[in-house]
Ligand binder design. Structure first.
Ligand code: COA
Length: 433
């Protein structure tokens, strides 16, 4: 059958599509700004037809209604990452959390740790060969579709077509729901004085020709503000947002000096505004690959002079980094942090930076602490950590004794907390600061 006929034969209504999900199934849904909004809506609207459907989702941008009170009988959310819309559900016990490096999520699907019954995905319209693109969310979404028993796709004509390894042929989709709506957008965060100071400190560690991985949020965006005078930067990153486009337009990001995929920005998912989505659409300079390639530390390490920049919640005086919990309350996940920390440390000339404001809770608590809070998760271990940056400066921990690490960290802590940190230093090391 010609692909156009195959395509037509698979078109169903959203209600018909979600009726293929059975009680007890594990459903994996597309990630971040690529989540399939119409299918998720139809699934929740028809909740009474399901019992105990497990919903696996990482960054849930659309409100995660399946995880809200009243849904317990029908859905159980299994989060691999916790965000604003799922935090309460996980911490109140209404949802579960599976801890996993982002790079290994596809393996979980493929190798039977989390077998996928149904993948709910959003893809672009097909090209002349019947290939749809996973667009802004290739990450674990493409591997989930490749592992699933049933693939249900929203074919959205507003989903950009992206290059790299992003295609699925209509013959591999089981049910198709046609859609036309603008993608979820993530607007740039507010950048305050503290973030600017952190951004400037991080930027001082970046040289012309380096390749960058940037996490999400105000700090990575603040770093970009201070890169305007750099030359020939490259991008190999789990994700990018709008700030990158400005640096491409300014001729700062050229990817020319990259040792892997020269000339190309390499990413796994994209979160931003329509300006960014228009930029990546059919853009041969941007290549997207599944996360088990982009985030694989061995692949990251093939990028000479790669600098990873991520953030955290707390760092203790040994350099143990907690990036995902406040005490034992899960607020986030490891995501790609350790993938890039490890990859950057293996790379020739690589550096990994964990950057954070020196305090939290409107200045009431120090993020540099003598001991992590009770129950806090060690996300990046003291053996992996390299640079810690705050608005007060830069501490390089790699290669330093525990005593010298503690000193370096106290020197970049907020001045209001240095006295108590020094007391604990002197007690622990039985020596004057
Ligand atoms: N004690 C108490 N509360 C703390 C705290 C601490 N040490 N550190 C942070 N918090 C609170 C903040 O005050 C804030 O509370 P609010 O929401 O009520 O304002 C909340 O926790 C979130 O902290 P904040 O630092 O503002 O979050 P962020 O949006 O900058 O994200 C991380 C920081 C660490 C959560 C985020 O970078 C992350 O998820 N990292 C792990 C994954 C990762 O690195 N992925 C990389 C590739 S994208």
């Amino acid at each position: 059958m010609e692909w156009r006929e195959t395509y037509k034969s698979k078109i169903v209504t959203p209600e018909e599509a979600v009726s293929k999900i059975k009680s007890g199934d594990r459903v994996v849904t597309g990630h971040a700004c690529g989540e399939p909004g119409i299918l998720l809506r139809a699934m929740v609207d028809n909740k009474d037809q399901y019992k105990d459907v497990e919903i696996v989702h990482m960054v849930a941008m659309g409100g995660a209604e399946y995880a809200q009170p009243g849904m317990e009988e029908h859905f159980r959310h299994n989060a691999i990452f916790v965000g604003g819309s799922t935090r309460e559900a996980v911490n109140s016990g209404r949802a579960d959390f599976t801890t996993c490096f982002f790079s290994e999520v596809p393996k979980m699907f493929r190798e039977g740790f989390l077998p996928v019954d149904v993948a709910l995905v959003q893809v672009s319209s097909p090209d002349e060969n019947g290939n749809c693109s996973f667009g802004v969310s290739v990450d674990y979404t493409k591997p989930a579709a490749e592992s699933a028993k049933i693939v249900i796709a929203e074919v959205n004509d507003q989903m950009p077509r992206t290059g790299g390894d992003t295609l699925i042929n209509v013959k591999d989709l089981d049910y198709i729901v046609e859609a036309s709506y603008p993608l979820i957008e993530l607007h740039p965060p507010k950048i305050g004085d503290v973030e600017r100071a952190i951004g400037e400190n991080c930027a001082s560690l970046i040289n012309d020709g380096d390749t960058l991985q940037l996490g999400i949020g105000a700090i990575p965006d603040a770093v970009l503000l201070f890169l305007k005078d750099k030359k020939d930067l490259g991008i190999h990153s789990e994700m990018i947002s709008d700030g990158v486009v400005e640096l491409v337009e300014a001729g700062v990001i050229t990817n020319k000096k990259k040792s892997l995929h020269p000339g190309k920005t390499v990413v796994s998912f994209i979160m931003g505004t329509k300006k960014l989505y228009d930029y990546i659409n059919n853009n041969p300079d941007v290549e997207m690959y599944p996360v088990d390639y982009v985030n694989n530390p061995v692949v990251v390490a093939k990028n000479d002079n790669i600098i990873s920049i991520n953030s955290c919640v707390q760092v203790d005086l040994m350099g143990q980094v907690c990036s995902e919990s406040i005490g034992d309350k899960q607020i986030s996940g490891v995501g790609g942090q350790v993938d890039f920390v490890r990859g950057a440390m293996m790379a020739k000339g690589g550096k990994s930076i964990i950057a954070m404001p020196s305090t939290a809770g409107r200045g009431k608590v120090s993020r540099i602490v003598s001991r992590l809070d009770d129950g806090a998760t060690v996300t990046t271990s003291r053996n992996d950590v390299d640079y810690i940056v705050t608005e007060y400066g830069i501490a390089r921990l790699r290669g330093k004794t525990l005593r010298d690490r503690a000193k370096a960290l106290i020197n970049i802590a907020h001045p209001d907390f240095r006295t108590e940190l020094i007391e604990s230093f002197e007690k622990k090391f039985n020596t004057k600061f």
